[in-house]
Every structure is written in C-alpha cells, then in structure tokens.
Design a protein around this ligand. Sequence first.
Ligand SMILES: *[C@@H]1O[C@H](CO)[C@@H](O)[C@H](O)[C@H]1NC(C)=O
Ligand SMILES: *[C@@H]1O[C@H](CO)[C@@H](O)[C@H](O)[C@H]1NC(C)=O
Ligand SMILES: *[C@@H]1O[C@H](CO)[C@@H](O)[C@H](O)[C@H]1NC(C)=O
Length: 377
Amino acid sequence: MIQRVFVIICLLPLNQAALPLVINTWHFKDAANAAWSTLQKGGSVLDAVERGCARCELEQCDGSVGFGGSPDERGETTLDAMIMNGDTMEVGAVADLRRVKNAVGVARAVMEHTEHTFIVGESATIFAENMGFMSEDLSTNKSIAIFSQWLQQNCQPNYRKNVFPDPSKSCGPYKPKAKLWKPKNPKRNFDPSSHDTIGMIAIGKNGQVAAATSTNGATHKIPGRVGDSPVAGAGAYADSTAGGAAATGDGDIMMRFLPSFLAVDLMRNGDQPTVACKTAISRIKKYYPDFFGAIICANTTGGYGSWADRSALHDAASQGRLLALRTLIAQGHSVNVLTIDHVSPLHEACIGSHVACARALIDAGANVSLCRADWLM
Ligand SMILES: *[C@@H]1O[C@H](CO)[C@@H](O)[C@H](O)[C@H]1NC(C)=O
Ligand SMILES: *[C@@H]1O[C@H](CO)[C@@H](O)[C@H](O)[C@H]1NC(C)=O
Ligand SMILES: *[C@@H]1O[C@H](CO)[C@@H](O)[C@H](O)[C@H]1NC(C)=O
C-alpha cells in the first residue's frame, strides 16, 4: 500500500543550521539523495532541485508525481511543475503538460530558453518537443484501472458543484444550475491521498536558494485544472535574500493564499522558519479550517522548519516520521513514542514515554524513523 504521510526528508544532522541544505515534502528519499549528490558533485542549487524532482517523476513518487498517476475526468495524466532561481528571481513553469514525462525539465527550459514564465497545455507539449523532450503516452495500466473504476462508480468523487445532473450521483456532461446553492457545511470532495506533490528547496554553501515542484495534480480533476504546484509563491518560492518555501496539500485552496511567498516574506522580516511556516498555514485555516496541507521553510543560513494541519501531521507521526514529530513538538503537542524497534538504552527508555524523550532521541540524532507516535489528547 502507498503510505500517505506528510514528512520531510532532510539531509543534515537535525537541529543544526549548516549549509548546503536540501529539504523536500513527503518521504521521497531518493529525490533528496539525487539533489544532494548533485550538490556534492559541484552542481548548482538549480541543478539539485531539478534532478531531485526529476527523480520523483521517474519513480512516480506515491503515484502523485510523474506519469501514470492522477488520471483526470477523461482518464489522462497531465503534469504541472515549476522551478525558481532565488538569485535572479527567474521562474519557469508548465501546467496541464501532456505526453511529456520530465515536467520539471520542461519548466527549466521555459526559464532558460524563453522570456516567458509559464506555458500550458498542448502548447507546452509542442514547446517541449521542440526543446528535445520525448513525447509519449503517460497512461499506465494503473492509471487506466483508476479511471475505469471511477467510471464504474458513477464518476465519484468529482470536483463539480451547482450543476445538473447531480454530480454526487451521476457522471457528466454537466450543465450549470441556474440557482447557486450554498451548503451549510460545505465539504470538499478532496481526498488527501489523491495529491502529494514533491516540493523541494536547496540552499547552497553561500546561501543561494532554489526551489522546484512537480506533480500530476488531483485524481479525477476536471481537465485543464491547474493546482498550486506550478504557481510561483503558491507551490514554492525562492529568494536568496530571504529563504525558500514549498507547499503540499489541497492546491485549489492553497493557491488562493500564496503560502510559499508569504512564508519567505516572513523570514525576510526576521521570522524563524517554523514560525513563518505556521503563519502561512494559519492564514489559510482562518478561512478553511478543514483544509489539508503542509509547508516547509528554510532560511539562507540553513535553518528550517515546517508546519502542517493536524490530520497531515497525525498521519506522518504515526508513521514515525522524524520531522513530523519535531513539528508536533513545536506545536506544543505531546508525542507518545509507543514502539521502537532499535534497542539501545535511550531507545528503551523512550518506549511509552513522551515529549522529552522524543526530543532527546531527535537531539541524539537517533533513527526515529523506527518510532511510532500517537496523539495524547
Ligand atoms: C498492461 O496490461 C496489458 C494488457 O492487459 C498487459 O499485456 C501488460 O503486460 C500490462 N503491463 C504491465 C506493465 O503490467
Ligand atoms: C535561520 O533559522 C535558524 C533556525 O531557526 C536561526 O537560528 C537563524 O538565526 C536563522 N537565520 C536567519 C538569517 O534568520
Ligand atoms: C533507520 O531505519 C530505517 C527503517 O527501518 C532503516 O532502513 C535505516 O537503515 C536506518 N538507518 C540507520 C542509520 O540506522
């Protein structure tokens, strides 16, 4: 089974501000390693985030990045990606990219071979082909199976509202309803497991910042739908005078608040990364208390932090993810380490104990991926 957790992979001794730094959303370790080894071999921070995200595109990370995932209402996989150079503030982005696997590579080509920032749809595919990218079918047996199952269950769930026939019961084609209906307790058909997204920040030895994202969007999206990932300031942002941020979650909601831009701007004004991340999420929660999302933040001296809504964190912590544990602690929650496979005096001492222990483990650099955490309400 695919694990759905919010987590950060960070290739650094924890708690220690040091450079360079690579940090990304979710448990995409190979992506972090690809970025890290790019830096070790003398590559730039832009090379690092591009290679890191490209690794996820190849590995189809969690089915939510790259080909063969998140089929839309017509069964097609389309890709969104962006890359940002925090030295020059250049951005390259593509969205609704069809039949090309390496979306982040095409985004970089937009940045380096055009005066534009953002190219979309069929035209982005033509651009990519001209730039030498291969055009191929992005469907897989898995994406075809997801799509046929969805058709069999009357196109449920979907993202339609105020249309007829009733979108909660029937497939389209849909027509607009004359009278708009506002439910008392609006509930989004958003399935947190249907979109992950890799968002990655790299900070170079001298504080140069780059960020990139890549995703195949939301499963059963309306064709042409673009999420937050390729939008500068929403999915990611980089500014070498302040820091970098990248977000993941319910992109339709998140992109309304430009959380990555906000977090970077807050760090510019002196906020610590964790505080900046928290404010960016809180701003959204004020309007959408139930939205699902998380953000990572890193500053130019290598400090980093993260924030997530409760459900995302809970999932991650229950998988024993280290940074989720740290974030929970930073949020003032008690963390109960239930089981640890690794046996050492410190590990043993931690079984059944709480926050101080988790902190001690983390400070000791222990392999807390072996821990399980639970809520102690
Ligand atoms: C996909 O399905 C086809 C037809 O059912 C089958 O021949 C093929 O081996 C499958 N491919 C993979 C990668 O499972
Ligand atoms: C970056 O964040 C770290 C950790 O929170 C903090 O110690 C450091 O002062 C910050 N650096 C800047 C330039 O704000
Ligand atoms: C940490 O735990 C994971 C999961 O069991 C394991 O794959 C990894 O090798 C461990 N790392 C270290 C440094 O012990």
